[in-house]
Design a protein around this ligand. Sequence first.
Ligand code: NAD
Length: 286
Amino acid sequence: MSAQVIDGKAVAAAVRSEVADGVTQFRAKYGRAPGLVGIQVGDDPASELYQAGKARAADEVGMVSRRITLPDTTSQADLDALIDELNADTSVDGMLVQLPVPAQLSEPLIANRIHPDKDVDGFSPVNLGRLMRGEPGNIPCTPQGVMRLLRDGGVPLEGAHAVVIGRSLIVGKPQSMLLLQTNCTVTVAHSRTRNLAELCRQADILVAAVGQAEMVRADWVRPGAAVIDVGINRTPDGLRGDVAYDEVAEIAGWITPVPGGVGPTTIAYLLSNTLAAAYRRSEIHA
Ligand code: NAD
């Protein structure tokens, strides 16, 4: 058996095109384009690349993007002052601070400082709380991308046993909540989980979000299961996911590649969140 490959680039292109249409309608209604600001502290090359990619993607769908790069010695007080300024700026619908940040800065303080309505990463306590409650809000982008890949791939969700490996705030925890909302039975596995391979073999849907190259092997996967690979690992052999793609593709029912799977959908949902945030803010202030 050979798995159906779910093409993340195609899915992301569909989401971006939906957002671009939404931006056109938003402009017609409110006479301005949604605005997204990316803040980067320091000059880490990977962060630089991510920030540039997000800004370009925002411009391509007709949004107004702005990048702010601060020195890596920036204090929490100075970053707070910038966030406050952007919170008050009516042309800004979404903002994000590229993670990780230098050690003198606190990620929780940042997540608490950004106004929840402008927190398009969805990492703030308010947005994570809304997700838990099933209320509208900004939902973290990567888990949203995973749900769309499952949906567009035609993977049955209702009653399926989903195993999520990883319990981060960015991926694992919100992912498990979204799967639960679609009536999956969810198991969250992590670094202290016992008998991980055996547990994974029980999954109808397996989402790997660990950060260990090719950890999920063929004998961890039930034949016919959907395997979604969130991992991004730079190895001497190039970019690898958390899943041993070639061998798992032989037995899975569906699989996402790395690159070209989850990655492209993450940025697409950042744009989608920004458009939704722009609508929510504009409707409140109309
Ligand atoms: P993280 O380091 O915050 O969390 C990793 C999780 O994996 C932890 O919860 C930990 O308990 C679990 N874990 C670690 N070792 C394990 C083991 N041996 N067995 C089982 N579980 C184990 O990472 P994160 O931010 O959630 O990201 C996970 C991966 O996804 C990384 O490779 C990251 O680069 C990638 N990622 C990709 C995207 C994307 O857009 N494609 C977005 C975010 C993260």
